[in-house]
Each structure stands twice: as C-alpha cells, then as structure tokens.
Write a protein that binds this ligand. Structure first.
Ligand SMILES: [Zn+2]
Length: 387
C-alpha cells in the first residue's frame, strides 16, 4: 500500500499523527513506514526532511515504489500511533530555494528557451545548469524579474491534470512524461512538472539573489540563494564591504573604485621601489669592484631582489654571494660568477652550511640555515682558496 503523502495536501504541515505500518532494522537505524506522512523524501533536487517520529529521530527519508521510508535512530512498535514533527526551518529553507529555482528557470525558459538540465541544493548555495549561454549582462534583468514575481505574492498551484487534459497543457519539461504528472504553476511565470514541495505564495521566498553564472559544458552553471540564505550571504558580504570601506576610507558604495585606485597606486609604488633598488644595488656593487669574492648581507630582500643585487655585484667581482635574512629566519642565498661555476660553489656551500638550492653554472639560488658568522667564515675560506 502506498503511503499517503500529506506534504502534497499541505506543504506547510509541520506535525501530524499516523500509524506505524512496519519497522525493520537496517544499516544506520530502523526503516519505518507509516500510513501517512508529512516527511518529504529526497527527490527532484530537494533533500529529504529530518525531524522526529514519537521519541525517535528521523535521519533521512526516501521513497520506494510509492512507500515513504523513514530512517529512524530507534525502533517504533508496529500498529502504534505516532506524532511526527518535521524540522521546519530546514524544510522552509528548501521550499524557498526550490520555488525560487522554478521562477528563475521559468524566466530563463521564456527569455531564451533554455532548459534547466541540473539542479542541486547545497548547504550554502543552490546550483543549477542551463543548456545554452546566458550573457553576464543579462543576470541583473533576470534577477530583477524574479524578485518582481516574489513581491507580487502570486499563489502557487500544484495539481494533477487528468489523462485527457495532460497532452493539451504546455508545461516546461526536458522530455515527455507518462500520466499522471504533478504540475507546479507560478501563474504567468512558470508551469513545470515537479515532485517537490513549494511555498504557497511567492512572497514567502522573500528574495532571490543570483550569485554567479559561469560557462558549463554547452551552457551555463548558475549559483543562487533565496530567502534567509540570501539574507545571510548578503549580510556577510555587506560586513566584508564595510571593512573594505573602513580600510580605504571610502563610502560603502564606492569601495570598488577605491580598491582599483589602491591597485594602481601599488603598481606605481612597486615600479618606483624597483628603480630605487636598482640604483641602490649599483652603489653597493661599486664597493666590491675588483674583489675576487664579494660577500654581502642584507635583511629583507625578496629572492628576486637578492638576485638582482647579486647580479649587480657580479658585474664588479669575480664571484658575488648575496644573502638576505637574519640568524633567526635563516638566509636566502644567491651566487653569480663570470669566472667560476656558481652551481658547484652553491652546492658545496649549502652542503657545508645546511640548506638547499639549485641553479645553473652561471647562477645558484637557495637557502642556508647557518648563522651569519659561520657563513662569513665559510666564504672567507672560499675567498682564500680562490686567491
Ligand atoms: Zn521542482
């Protein structure tokens, strides 16, 4: 016998009483079947309800051949009357997302003729796929139209047309479906075959926010959040924007321009400091003119700048060794030489001083862990060997 599906009579029913038809032990708990239930099973992209049945916790719900199977954490006596209560906040959230998805899919179908070919309710956002391209600049129009439908507070109608009536109805579907078919109608917006639960009035959705739209296969994948989810996401984004606005001393409506200006300033500053570094490096290099092995320490150069400095010194000395860092942090090392094999020198140095690195005969780069006095003593010895 099929379970009576109370969620189709009234999608807002939170509690009900019914009789236990069967209860069998299964993996992860007990499978309970009732005469009637308000628990929605997994289906049509909508996750199953959770809640309680009597003293037992309902962990998940699925449908098998018309029977709704509740996976409960404790057994229930066959024949007993139980009161079931669904986790309403979870269900209402799913209904907000699901109804929002129908409205957006209906609008996209009308605007482009594309079908919704995938639908997934994640724990934070909803993703859905369409079988054609949607230009990014159209997203705002779609979102505006969807929200206008929400605020019109249209009644949502779910019904089963008769077998004769069904072929005469133009409803949105990927393929023809055998009768009976449950249709969900958002008047003037969408008419679609659906097995899920829906809000009674579109106003319950509250708001629809399209979050992204990216190319996916031959079409697009969209991310969306409706109702409370949308409000939570927007609150988080608003808080982030408030922090950005404070950091940039910009009005909250002008943070984008402020961030772009900051990027431009930063790029100009990078250019300026690079040219100052270059000048500084050439002054430093001159101090080593004619040296057989130049050893130079600095504290906080980037690996690229340390190499630049090494290169500048190598124009003046036979072997240039530059280190950047401190005894606490360790050192980055660069060796460049016109007359010696820098790779061989470097490999010997990191072997003796602890560290690692690699390079080519002209240039070696790596790190060493020894302290400054050990490094100095090591290269003093190297210098003596060279002369
Ligand atoms: Zn649906």
């Amino acid at each position: 016998m099929e379970t009576k599906k109370l969620y189709y009579d009234d999608s807002h029913r939170k509690t009900f009483t019914s009789k236990v038809v069967s209860c069998t032990q299964a993996e992860g708990g007990y499978q309970v079947i009732l005469e009637a239930t308000a628990f929605y099973p997994e289906g049509g992209g909508q996750p199953s309800d959770t809640g309680v049945l009597g003293e037992s916790r309902v962990l998940s719900v699925r449908e098998t051949e018309g029977q709704i199977v509740h996976l409960c954490d404790t057994p229930l006596d066959v024949g007993m009357e139980v009161t079931g209560t669904i986790d309403w906040e979870r269900r209402f959230d799913f209904m907000q997302q699901h109804s929002g998805e129908h409205i957006v899919s209906g609008i996209i179908y009308e605007m482009y003729g594309y079908h919704n070919v995938g639908f997934h309710m994640g724990s934070d956002v909803v993703t859905f796929d369409f079988d054609g391209p949607i230009p990014a600049e159209d997203l705002q129009t779609i979102e505006d139209r969807a929200n206008a439908v929400v605020w019109e507070n249209l009644p949502v109608r779910c019904y089963y047309p008769s077998e004769a009536e069904l072929p005469t109805i133009a409803y949105r579907r990927k393929r023809d479906l055998p009768w009976p078919v449950r249709l969900v109608e958002f008047p003037g917006v969408d008419l679609c075959a659906c097995c899920g639960t829906q809000v009674q009035y579109t106003g319950e959705i509250g708001m629809i926010k399209l979050l992204s739209c990216v190319k996916f296969h031959d079409g697009v994948r969209m991310e969306m959040a409706c109702g409370k989810r949308a409000q939570k996401i927007l609150a988080t984004i608003f808080d982030q924007n408030r922090q950005v606005s404070q950091a940039f001393s910009a009005k909250i409506w002008e943070t984008g321009a402020a961030a772009n200006r900051m990027n431009e300033t930063l790029a100009a500053e990078k250019f300026r400091s690079a040219s100052l570094e270059k000048q500084l490096f050439s002054y430093i290099a001159k101090e080593y003119a004619g040296t057989s092995l130049a050893l130079h320490f600095s504290e906080s150069l980037t690996p690229a700048a340390n190499r630049e400095l090494c290169n500048a010194i190598a124009q003046q000395a036979d072997v240039a060794v530059t280190l950047t860092g401190t005894d606490d942090t360790g050192y980055g090392i660069c060796i460049i030489s016109r007359s010696q094999n820098a790779k061989t020198l470097g490999a010997a140095a990191v072997a003796a001083l602890g560290g690692r690195g690699g390079g080519k005969p002209e240039a070696f780069q790596g790190t060493v862990t020894a302290n400054r006095s050990k490094i100095t003593a090591y290269f003093q010895q190297e210098k003596n060997n060279l002369t």
